[in-house]
Design a protein around this ligand. Structure first.
Ligand code: NAD
Length: 336
């Protein structure tokens, strides 16, 4: 099949080409650096499938353009699918596929890296030592053993985080619309969100972005958190109302904030903007806090994950070509 790949980085090309070779060079990938928008959708002309990433927009207008130019498959190379209008895709007969579980461990391990870095101020210590400053004042952390960690969303990634934090000797609380008995059997206690927020020293978010979860962390929920608790979001930026988080940091309600994702990351992340003036004042304010650690949507970024993303994407495309169905289709019911 001819496949138009959007938001291509050199590593996407390397891993997709390798997966295609392993699958017998069945497909022809055309790589575009451009993000997928209404203006760039036409680049896919001649391709039967497109391959977007997390900040590409497959909204109704883009999907209508796809049907006009003959694109029948949107093969996301991500787990999240909040950037696709699934109702419009169904109406237009465009199949949407994703990579449901490329490496939950990659994201879980990055989450834990953020927790450890924030707690022990590794990001500050790194800069201090390089400046010849070996003072410890301001770097005081706390023992993780015995602390309560609240995991919101115990799907593939949340469960992996829970398992690691249990290994540290933490008490793990969880909240999910569909509690997982296997997770409970590990020693995780399912509680209502209100209780999780009130009791956790660390709150970590692992549910998808849906209309129900948008801004699940806002001024009201921050107000219910234990004062000075750590908040980590490696899921989707829209789960956190960033302005409310900034107010929480200013008042001390939030003691540490770790973000791998950001509501307005589309104009920033995955690009080298060094030397340019930062136009996003909310993001710029976030960077002024010593107790905030931001990474640019890199939680997924391991060799194992990129290999799995590429292999599953090629498998989705091959299955669609052969049977008219992708291996991991996403339908509008997923949002229900
Ligand atoms: P998953 O589908 O396996 O699990 C999501 C869980 O969230 C499910 O158990 C679901 O029941 C639960 N959930 C849904 N709505 C909820 C709500 N309102 N309250 C509580 N729980 C709710 O997904 P996953 O593979 O664990 O991934 C989680 C999210 O992580 C993805 O949706 C994606 O947005 C994000 N992600 C980020 C990166 C990254 O690089 N930062 C990489 C992969 C995935």
């Amino acid at each position: 099949m001819d496949v138009a790949v959007f938001s291509t980085k050199p590593y996407d090309r390397r891993f997709l080409d390798a997966a295609n070779v392993a699958a017998g060079n069945r497909h022809r990938f055309t790589y575009f650096e451009a993000r997928l928008t209404h203006a760039t959708a036409v680049l896919a002309k001649g391709a039967a499938a497109v391959c977007p990433f997390v900040n590409d927009q497959a909204d109704e207008a883009v999907l209508e353009e796809f049907t006009r130019i003959g694109v029948r498959l949107v093969a996301l190379r991500s787990a999240g699918f909040n950037n696709v209008d699934l109702a419009a895709a169904r109406r237009l007969g465009v199949t949407v596929a994703r990579v449901p579980a490329y490496s939950p461990d990659a994201v879980a391990e990055h989450t834990v890296a953020m927790i450890l870095s924030l707690n022990r101020a590794i990001h500050r210590a790194y800069a201090r030592v390089r400046e010849g400053n070996f003072a410890l004042e301001g770097l005081l952390g706390f023992d993780l053993k015995g602390r309560a960690v609240g995991v919101v969303g115990t799907g593939r990634i949340g469960v992996a985080v829970a398992r690691i934090m249990l290994g540290f000797g933490c008490r793990v609380l969880a909240h999910d619309l569909a509690p997982d008995p296997a997770c409970a059997a590990m020693g995780v206690a399912y509680v209502p969100l209100k209780e999780l927020l009130a009791e956790s020293d660390i709150v970590t978010l692992h549910c998808p972005l849906t209309p129900q979860t948008r801004h699940m962390i806002d001024a009201a929920t921050i107000g219910r958190m234990k004062r000075g608790a750590m908040l980590v979001n490696t899921s989707r930026g829209g789960l956190v109302d960033t302005r409310a988080a900034i107010d929480g940091l200013k008042s001390g309600a939030i003691g540490h904030l770790g973000l791998d994702v950001y509501e307005e990351e589309g104009d920033l992340f995955f690009q080298d903007l060094s030397g340019q003036v930062l136009q996003d004042d909310v993001f710029a304010r976030l960077l002024t806090f010593p107790n905030v650690l931001v990474t640019g949507h890199q939680a997924f970024f391991t060799a194992e994950a990129l290999t799995a993303i590429a292999d599953t994407t090629v498998a989705n495309i091959t299955a669609f070509e052969q049977t008219g169905r992708a291996v991991h289709e996403v339908s509008v019911e997923k949002l229900a």
